[in-house]
Design a binder for this molecule. Structure first.
Ligand SMILES: C[S@@+](CC[C@H](N)C(=O)[O-])C[C@H]1O[C@@H](n2cnc3c(N)ncnc32)[C@H](O)[C@@H]1O
Length: 300
């Protein structure tokens, strides 16, 4: 366990108060650029950058997270997850395989999955706030993926139930996704749950709550998965990386992450894999350690 944070470490750094306009423009690679061109219909490179900078400003007013500030939403996190191909295969081969992105923000990852062939009729996006969900210029008519707005800690949005073990087949019909206003009708029904840059916003206790809540949604069918990417560290503990919310950032290590899922599902029920990688430190990062993110999957 890492040492507790000092009051200096908890202070909000001055450079966090720098205006968004004073920060460097986004640098998109070829895949990212093409994705945003396809989504927005913008063909000119400079116009696309202006559009993304403007989208960031509008979104930051609603979600003041460091990752929005540094354009992390342009990086297509779902695509770089090592379980992505397996996830797409699941969508292509399992009839009605429901996929939810919890904490989807702009919905870039659900849009990328659909662009890469995930059946759109099986997709649900969820977030605390609708914000700039349609910021990539889509409308409910052009992008009819249901959006469930709500706090993932509110039982009305997502109640904790034990993971469904598969010994009692679900007898109710396949749920209708269009009218959803809560994720609870999907308990035991979801084939794939993606969550990126979500867990690390919360304390360890809340992360366990969130993980238990997601586990209750997961289908018992073999191959069902929870996957994503969170800021992590080789040593579990609280780290201060900038102003991210009410809680200090609690970073899981690969070991604590695996233990959390095994405790929730039970020994031998899920295969947990992680890939911890050091990433360049953004301007707000105060920790005197390398910054790392962890791609992960828990597959039944
Ligand atoms: C840091 S952003 C990450 C967005 C996106 N997943 C990505 O990786 O680019 C965290 C997202 O989680 C959402 N969020 C925060 N707290 C939440 C909660 N209690 N319930 C549901 N969503 C929440 C925020 O609104 C925001 O869109």
């Amino acid at each position: 366990m890492a040492a507790p944070l000092s009051s200096e470490e908890r202070a909000v750094p001055l450079y966090y108060q720098k205006s968004l306009d004073s920060l460097p423009a986004p640098r998109l690679d070829g895949v990212q650029k093409q994705f945003f061109k396809d989504q927005t219909g913008i063909t000119d490179d400079e116009e696309l950058v202006r559009y993304i900078v403007d989208l960031r400003a509008r979104a930051f007013a609603i979600h003041p997270y460091p990752c929005i500030r540094m354009f992390a939403f342009t990086t297509l996190k779902i695509l770089r997850n090592f379980a992505y191909e397996q996830f797409l295969h699941l969508g292509a081969t399992r009839q009605g395989a429901i996929f939810i992105d919890i904490g989807c923000c702009f919905g870039t990852d659900v849009r990328k999955a659909i662009a890469d062939g995930y059946p759109p009729e099986n997709v649900v996006a969820a977030d605390l706030q609708k914000g700039e969900y349609n910021g990539t210029q889509s409308t409910p008519e052009t992008f009819p993926v249901p959006f469930v707005q709500g706090d993932a800690f509110d039982p009305a949005t997502l109640a904790i139930v034990p993971p469904v073990d598969g010994s009692h087949p679900l007898l109710t019909p396949h749920p209708d996704l269009k009218p959803l206003t809560s994720l609870n009708p999907l308990h035991g029904r979801v084939s794939a749950i993606h969550a990126a840059s979500l867990f690390h916003l919360f304390s360890q206790e809340k992360q366990i709550h969130l993980a238990r809540a997601m586990a209750g949604l997961l289908s018992p069918e073999s191959g069902s998965m929870i996957f994503g990417e969170q800021v992590s560290q080789p040593v579990t503990g609280e780290y201060f990386l900038g102003k991210i919310g009410e809680d200090p950032m609690f970073c899981q290590s690969p070991e604590s992450w695996e233990q959390m899922w095994v405790r929730i599902f039970g020994e031998g029920v899920v295969k947990v894999e992680t890939d911890l990688r050091e990433v360049p430190k953004p301007d707000f990062c105060t920790i005197p350690l390398p910054l790392s993110t962890q791609s992960h999957s828990a597959i039944r």
